[in-house]
Design a protein around this ligand. Sequence first.
Ligand code: SME
Length: 155
Amino acid sequence: MEKEKKAGRYARVLEQLETLLLKSNNTVSDMATIAALLHHKMDDFFWTGFYLLHDGQLQVGPYQGSLACIDLKKDTGVCWAGVNRRETVVVPDVHAFPGHIACDGRSNAEIVVPLFGKTGEVFAVLDVDSTRKNAFDEVDAVWLGKIVSLVQQPQ
Ligand code: SME
């Protein structure tokens, strides 16, 4: 999708989510709502969901798309890179990313956005996969960063 058109689409999704999430008071509901809306509104989103950190493990949370890996091998792959680097990771071609974990062989590009708690710790990541190489860029990084900041921390 052309960058301006994509930014416009994200702006409308963000606005809609701001309204929807006023009615939610829990993390999983926030994540489920975000995953569903993004997955169905954005082009090229083949798998859209969250992984949450629990006792040093990165475990799957709410998602849309094909069946995902439940637990991601520690310090391996794109999601763990997002946790360990504490920043958004854009991967134009997952086959060129060392240690990439392929839950579905049809994925070719990926973006991972960390979620930070009040004390600055990463408590989850948003992960989006696409079948299209080079699907994600800085427009996705900026807008998905705004969107995940709507998720409230687990109690
Ligand atoms: N590709 C991810 C694993 C999660 S799936 O894409 C849903 C990774 O390398 O961490």
